[in-house]
Design a protein around this ligand. Structure first.
Ligand SMILES: NC(=O)c1ccc[n+]([C@@H]2O[C@H](COP(=O)([O-])OP(=O)(O)OC[C@H]3O[C@@H](n4cnc5c(N)ncnc54)[C@H](O)[C@@H]3O)[C@@H](O)[C@H]2O)c1
Length: 432
């Protein structure tokens, strides 16, 4: 499928992360949109944002694990737009933990959303898409977890292996009936989205076990860290996905560096060895032990006091982080702010600043030092400075996906998540 303008896309899980990025990309190509998500407020916000940019949007609150609701979604899509050309079965959730510690409710929830959600999408949409006799395509969001079996991701991986095999069979079945509908199975590694906060969408009837084991808490922290330190954005993944659709490419690995881990699994199967540990080949994904947190030197002061440091801070950290032209003026040289600079072996690896009213302004950590604990050290220093300056609490505005990081440092969410230039932000505070 390589014509997008004026055609109809249906996207599940459209209110956040990949789904929202698919919707934005589709709108930029002139597609008309049917957005489905279980989270009503976020869905409304996404729909309003896209409509304001000129897109034609229908938003339908839908729980994809409920076959009846997905059938109604399909009825609405076909009755309002008359056709569906691009279907994204994308909604998903991702709790982690040791495989024997997941509750029956965990299994029901995850298989309901991640597997039955895709099955429901296929059952409700494919028969009518076949009848259209028009160029069309289906994207199922699986994961690299559909090809490997990392520790503490057993339930999620089981669901994503199912999505991969379902998609492969869908490809064959469509061929078998002579259909030209294309299929892509999207298999990303970790990308910063709301996936590590999936618990927000767990139905009350399948409530989480309130007493989490140490292993689950550690697995969750690792997952949050891995997701928030992903280098590709959801927008990048959306652009790659539309390219794959245009090229009718079936397998889409957005992070090809993970392929040796996939091959390692296949080699172990072929040679009768024990399963290969994917983290052994990709240690960057493995949990970080406290002993591995690097010792950094922290300096605090105004920009004047840190004059020597300010140049490398701007050029090494902000430019590196944001990929912008070094000639640009990057930050306000605000003498009233207290700046914190983290050095490791003579190189600036992170910065942050405290505003005079007790707000913590932007914090940045060099990509190579993400997941290393440097951000936490800067944050604690800024909190300490706020306390010595007599602030009753510190506040900050954070991208929603790093919320768990701030929670670990004693911050609490305050007020709703809001959108700033298409990025979910959340206000957080900590009492001193
Ligand atoms: N972010 C990653 O690192 C990553 C990697 C590989 C695969 N994935 C997969 O990508 C897909 C999208 O996730 P994301 O990373 O954008 O996370 P996300 O949490 O930002 O988005 C998922 C969306 O699905 C919605 N959703 C959850 N349960 C639902 C239900 N029952 N019915 C309808 N909607 C529901 C959520 O409200 C949310 O808007 C998921 O299938 C996930 O497993 C994510």
């Amino acid at each position: 499928m390589d014509r997008f303008s004026d055609r109809i896309a249906v996207i599940t899980g459209a209110a956040s992360g990949f789904g929202l990025a698919f919707a934005q990309h589709a709108a930029s190509l002139g597609m008309r949109l049917v957005l489905a998500d279980v989270e009503a407020v976020a869905l409304e916000r996404a729909a309003a944002q896209l409509a304001a940019s000129g897109a034609s949007v229908l938003a339908v609150q839908t729980d994809v694990s409920d076959a009846e609701q997905v059938a109604q979604l399909a009825d609405r899509a076909f009755s309002e737009f008359g056709a569906v050309h691009l279907l994204f079965n994308n909604a998903g959730v991702a709790p982690v933990g040791l495989v024997w510690e997941h509750s029956a409710a965990d299994w029901q929830w995850v298989l309901g959303v991640n597997v039955m959600g895709v099955a429901n999408g296929l059952r409700s949409f494919v028969p009518r898409m076949l009848g259209q006799n028009d160029d069309s395509h289906i994207v199922n969001t699986a994961s690299v977890a559909g090809f490997i079996s990392p520790t503490t991701m057993g339930l999620y991986s089981a669901s994503k292996h199912a999505v991969v095999t379902l998609s492969e069979t869908l490809h064959h079945d469509l061929h078998a009936v002579g259909s030209s509908i294309g299929v892509t199975v999207l298999c990303p590694a970790f990308v910063p989205t709301g996936i590590a906060q999936s618990e927000r969408n767990r139905p009350a009837a399948l409530a989480e076990n309130p007493t989490q084991t140490e292993a689950t808490l550690r697995a969750r922290a690792s997952m949050e860290r891995a997701v928030s330190s992903g280098r590709l954005s959801a927008t990048d993944v959306a652009a790659m996905t539309f390219e794959a659709v245009a090229e009718r490419r079936f397998y889409l690995f957005t992070h090809p560096a993970i392929l040796p881990s996939v091959n390692g699994r296949h080699a172990a199967i072929a040679s009768g060895l024990d399963p290969d540990d994917p983290f052994a080949r990709k240690p960057a994904l493995a949990p970080v032990a406290a002993s591995e947190v690097p010792k950094v030197r922290l300096e605090t002061g105004s920009w004047n006091q840190l004059r020597e440091a300010s140049q490398p801070v701007r050029f090494q950290v902000f430019v590196h982080e944001q990929g912008i032209d070094p000639a640009l003026e990057l930050d306000s040289v605000d003498e009233a702010c207290l700046h914190c600079v983290a050095w490791s072996e003579g190189v600036v690896v992170g910065t942050g600043r405290l505003l005079p009213d007790g707000h913590i302004g932007r914090m940045a950590v060099l990509a190579a030092f993400r997941r290393s604990g440097v951000g936490g050290q800067i944050l604690e220093r800024l909190v300490e400075e706020a306390r010595t300056r007599g602030h009753p609490q510190v506040e900050l505005s954070a991208q929603a996906y790093v919320e768990p990081f701030y929670r670990r440092h004693g911050f609490t969410r305050e007020g709703p998540v809001y959108l700033e230039a298409g990025i979910d932000h959340v206000r957080m505070w900590r009492k001193l």
